[in-house]
Design a binder for this molecule. Sequence first.
Ligand code: AR6
Length: 178
Amino acid sequence: MREAKQSGTTIELKRGDIANQPDVDAVVNAANAELRIGGGVAGAIHRAAGPELTEQTRSMAPIEPGEAVISGGHNLPNNYIIHCLGPVYGRDKPEEKLLANCYSNALDLAEDHQIESIAFPAISTGAFGYPMKDAARVAFQTVLEQVGDLEYVSLIRFVLWSEGDIAVHEDVIEEVFG
Ligand code: AR6
């Protein structure tokens, strides 16, 4: 399944580029601790948002694994960017808890800013090496635990890079929400 509904919130899967989600209020960055441009998601977001983003985030850095901070969207079509530092798999422990904190802290920030729609990438599953299926379980379980308390967020989109990543997430969304 590609979509689940829970407590009035839609959770959906979409293949695409996190830096090209014009219909959501906020996108989430799989950031580095320094909140600078990087590879993968952090590269795509910083390139699309422009150098003013780095200027804004400089004073917020460094952040710790599991932490989330919020900035403006700058040249992105979104009002906000929420920057999360995922755990490096095998190094930052307990990795499951730290990854869950990313999703949970991002959703808390979204609520604080009355954000209605938010798009997440698969945090930590690229350069940081977190196995995709395990990461998807953490992400969906965290959403499931928090969704009943959401007052503003009514759309949570997971933007995945490949068809294979979508297939993994389809299995896990069914397992958690089905
Ligand atoms: N849109 C959506 N998903 C993407 C995109 C994109 N444009 N590009 C890559 N992915 P990563 P991490 C997928 O490495 O593991 C950076 O260099 C990718 O296939 O971006 O949290 C930072 O500077 C993977 O499944 O994030 C940090 O140092 C997922 O997004 C470090 O990497 C996350 O991959 C963060 O590593």
